[in-house]
Ligand binder design. Structure first.
Ligand code: SAH
Length: 449
């Protein structure tokens, strides 16, 4: 485009990009404008001009829309945790529904409509797990957006107050005993992250992620955390001595109390170990699993396969309404949790397999398993082609796809459509209010021919 960097232009914002940034047109090309809302006219300074798109920032909102609000957090937008605090929650839900719609349409070639977005009743303090990065100072807080610089944050509107109190006690302990923070540039120092998980009853579990096998003044730390939060269930040391961005270590040692927490979800009780995946928004996870169950259309006789089952949440919810349910998951500790969860809830028609999804699906297909329903809930990268092949081989009538990334979901929907499946229904569920992330649940059915 002929426009140059640093130039200013008044632009009409036509819609949103996938991260919630406004999108305008200049000389027929897209301009991505952070902090601009759909329907506004903004004065935009161009920060970067590429061959087929440009990026800019708002210098003045010329005509604001009712969806705009002043950010309610002093660290917004420096902190990388939230992306949408400059818009009302109603506007956020409009953006998210459109994001899913756009992906399914543009990448997936779908002509249907996202039926609904299930918004959260409480868009603040919903997170049940927080992992605070730690740096020298000590600073205990959050990463600055797109950076590894740690912003010290005494509170966060996404976290429960128990986490606020525990973080404060942890930081004071580091200060008092001069416990060194880890420094990733030189792979030296000790404390990498501080982890807090909270259940519905308000009990919490802490973990210290350290570049070492022991902590100095460990007793004092346990005492300080217990004083800060009388409902503390346990303190765990997670040893991570590797040069990696992965937060948790591979070995966990209980320093005090229990090394897991229990929570109830959809009327079932779940055991949550430190490394096990558990949706961070419990209330909205119930909504999500409820929709997945509805899409599965179970009558009590079906065989259900749940790939990427984690601690068996969806598997057990479905097992109650099916003849038999099988879950597969790659993390051994999560599979152990899943088995224990089946037992503690008296669910006797669920089995679990510890394997990579592609391998698990292929093994089951080779054994002649023909599930009526397959449910998948993969990480952001979506389904590997080998997983899709094995699913097609097992030929389920229905595939319920739970996704945390609309783009990879849409790509996989397209691949499934090439294999004789049709996308019937799609709904969005907002598990991550104030961030640009959105969860989608889809129903695909096998064409009869
Ligand atoms: N359905 C569960 C977990 C979903 S998160 C729930 O809602 O609680 C995705 C899960 O997939 C995680 O537990 C992760 O450990 C697991 N996973 C990631 N890659 C995998 C793979 N290649 N094969 C099997 N499971 C995998």
């Amino acid at each position: 485009m002929a426009a140059k960097k640093n130039e200013q232009h008044p632009l009409r914002i036509e819609g949103y990009g996938s991260a919630g940034e406004g999108v305008a047109r200049l000389e027929g090309q897209a301009v991505f404008v952070k902090g601009a809302l759909a329907g506004e006219i903004c004065q935009v300074q161009l920060l970067k001009v590429g061959k087929s798109a440009a990026w800019g920032r708002v210098t003045q909102v010329l005509t604001p829309v009712p969806g705009r609000q002043s950010p309610d957090c002093p660290r917004y937008p420096r902190c990388g945790g939230c992306q949408l605090r400059h818009m009302t929650y109603a506007e956020e839900l409009r953006f998210k529904r459109q994001k899913v719609q756009d992906a399914l349409q543009r990448i997936g070639g779908w002509t249907g409509r996202v039926e609904k977005i299930h918004g959260a009743e409480a868009p603040d303090r919903y997170r049940n797990k927080i992992q605070f990065p730690v740096a020298d100072g000590p600073r205990v807080g959050f990463f600055r957006a797109r950076s590894h610089e740690v912003i010290d944050a005494e509170d966060c509107l996404l976290q429960p107050l128990a986490a606020t109190r525990l973080r404060e006690a942890f930081k004071l302990w580091m200060e008092r005993y001069q416990v060194p923070a880890y420094d990733e540039r030189v792979h030296g120092g000790l404390i990498r992250h501080f982890y807090v998980r909270v259940n519905q009853r308000g009990q919490s579990l802490c973990a210290v992620i350290a570049n070492g096998t022991d902590l100095p003044h460990q007793e004092e730390l346990v005492q300080a955390l217990r004083r800060a939060e009388p409902d503390l269930a346990g303190v765990v040391l997670s040893v991570n001595q590797e040069k990696t961005n992965v937060i948790l270590g591979k070995t966990h040692r209980c320093l005090w109390g229990r090394d897991y927490l229990e929570d109830t979800l959809c009327g079932l009780t779940f055991r949550l170990s430190v490394p096990s995946f558990y949706q961070v928004n419990r209330e909205q996870a119930e909504v999500l699993y409820g929709r997945a169950l509805a899409f599965a259309g179970l009558t009590g006789r079906e065989t259900v396969l749940d790939l990427y089952c984690g601690i068996g949440t969806i598997t057990l919810v479905m097992a109650r309404q099916a003849g038999r349910a099988i879950g597969a998951e790659v993390i051994p500790a999560a599979v152990e949790d899943a088995k224990a969860n089946a037992a503690r809830n008296g669910v006797t028609n669920a089995e679990f397999l510890c394997a990579d999804a592609a391998q698990a699906a292929q093994t089951l297909a080779d054994r002649g398993l023909r599930p009526d329903v397959i449910c998948v809930d993969p990480p952001r990268k979506g389904l590997a082609p080998a997983v899709i092949d094995a699913i097609v081989q097992m030929a389920p009538q229905r595939l319920v796809y739970v996704s945390c990334d609309p783009a990879t979901l849409a790509r996989d929907v397209k691949r499934m459509e090439e294999q004789g499946y049709v996308l019937q229904r799609a709904e969005a569920v907002d598990l991550f209010p104030r961030t640009a992330h959105v969860e989608t649940v889809c129903l695909l059915s096998k064409l009869k021919y």
